[in-house]
Design a protein around this ligand. Structure first.
Ligand SMILES: [Zn+2]
Length: 220
């Protein structure tokens, strides 16, 4: 999986090749643990919910060295968390209330195409409505961001703020706030992945209560 390949040349990736790859995956997994699939088929109890970008270079399991069954995953363009997204809310509700995950982690990544597009003025079509959420994040931090002259640095900072706002938006949901009433062990975190080094940085914006949340967003 991590063999040296020219990442921009994906001509060797074929439809049939994926099924061949699956056979290899099964073979290798069984070699390591003959009971691997038998155990997984019995259910899941992942302690983590991962909310990340759909970007092909940021696969949750590989970059955290984890296995099937260990992380519940939701991905969308630019790891946006917005309270009208029924898909995200359904994943969050299931993860928090049924799987009872202990950590919800929003992971953004530097060089995120969605964030870069949101910083520009070009129209891309339907996706512009999704990217609008990131433009709204920019507006909150516009004074600081406008003052950063270097474009890459400004993009990196918006990537971080986009994660921070997604963490905030999670904390504003009734799902997280209701869970906190009885489960102080539920944590929400914000991370950023560096495509150029493979390293994840903890943005240290973790929350385990509504403390610090603007009053208008606190629910009884
Ligand atoms: Zn991205």
């Amino acid at each position: 999986m991590c063999a040296k390949v020219e990442i921009h040349d994906t001509s060797h990736i074929t439809y049939e090749g994926l099924l061949e790859g699956n056979k290899k995956f099964v073979e290798e997994a069984l070699k390591e643990d003959p009971e691997f699939f038998h155990k997984l088929a019995n259910g899941q109890k992942p302690p983590i919910l991962w909310i990340g970008c759909a970007d092909s270079r940021v696969p949750a399991n590989q970059i955290t060295h984890t296995n099937p069954g260990e992380i519940f995953v939701h991905r969308n363009i630019a790891n946006v968390v917005t309270h009208t997204d029924m898909n995200m809310l359904s994943v969050l509700d299931y993860a928090v209330n049924v799987l009872e995950v202990k950590h919800v982690i929003v992971t953004g990544h530097y060089g995120c195409g969605g964030v870069i597009a949101a910083m520009g003025h070009k129209q891309f079509g339907l996706i512009d409505n999704w990217l609008r959420h990131i433009k709204d994040v920019y507006r909150i931090y516009a004074n600081e961001l406008d003052a950063i002259k270097d474009e890459k640095e400004r993009t990196d900072r918006l990537v971080e703020y986009n994660v921070i706002e997604s963490v905030e938006n999670l904390c504003k949901t009734s799902i997280i706030q209701n869970a906190w009433k009885s489960r102080p062990d539920l944590h929400v975190h914000g991370w950023v992945y560096n495509l150029g080094t493979g390293i994840i940085t903890d943005l240290k914006v973790s929350r385990d209560s509504t403390k610090g949340l603007e009053n208008v967003f606190k629910l009884d």
